[in-house]
Design a protein around this ligand. Structure first.
Ligand code: GSH
Length: 208
């Protein structure tokens, strides 16, 4: 996994909700060999099951972990929450991607790993300094999405009132967005984020 990766956090979140132990390994951003050695290509997250078989899709991993012991994701899903979760990452990327390398995360522990990430992402999202300099603009463009989520949240401990796969879709995205210092979540989003993070026992990532 990468510490900053929201898809990885889906897996950590369900394991925490189920009180199941996950042995976590953070790889350096430039450690493509480890990923290719496990599954033949560069992809994160990878879950290696107890029988040694690797899994590649984060939602499959969530369902696999959920299938062990008593179910915790017993509530209904709402298509409008999944639709919100589909569009949100493209709005946060210009804010979050140029900040992850500033957080002291283990996937960027060497200068080579840090530069590997910067070069890759610069090609897809643009120059990091320029993106950070435009923080105010990106934040104002993001607020309508957060306000839309505020209207969707039914309860601070479950987006649809009872825990469901929708919580696995939403919380990791908020954890990523919260790395932006100065981002103010609307009231229900803030209550949901704080209650859920404390329920699963994770502090937020640092914010810059
Ligand atoms: N469908 C996959 C998507 C995985 C995915 O897109 N992972 C990204 C990380 S967030 C990735 O592997 N990127 C390759 C890279 O960082 O080079 C899942 O949900 O597990």
């Amino acid at each position: 996994m990468f510490e900053h990766c929201s898809l990885c956090f889906r897996v950590r979140m369900i394991a925490a909700l189920k009180r199941l132990h996950l042995q976590e390994t953070v790889v350096l951003d430039d450690d493509t060999d480890t990923m290719v050695g496990l599954v033949g290509r560069r992809v994160i997250p990878i879950l290696v099951k107890d029988d040694g078989q690797p899994m590649l899709e984060s939602m499959d991993m969530v369902k696999y972990i959920e299938g062990r012991g008593e179910a915790v994701l017993t509530g209904p899903e709402r298509p409008e929450v999944a639709a919100w979760a589909d569009t949100f990452p493209s709005r946060t990327a210009p804010l979050t991607m140029p900040r992850y390398p500033l957080l002291g995360l283990p996937e960027f522990a060497t200068v080579a790993a840090l530069d590997h990430y910067t070069l890759r992402k610069r090609k897809t999202v643009g120059d990091f300094v320029e993106l950070r300099a435009n923080t105010r603009t990106y934040l104002s463009e993001l607020m309508p999405s957060l306000e839309a989520l505020d209207r969707l949240i039914e309860n601070p401990l479950a987006v649809n009132g009872t825990l469901s796969l929708d919580d696995i879709r939403v919380l990791p995205l908020l954890r990523s967005a919260a790395v932006v210092k100065g981002l103010r979540f609307p009231g229900k989003v803030r209550d949901y984020f704080e209650s859920m993070m404390s329920r699963i026992g994770y502090p937020p990532l640092p914010a810059v």
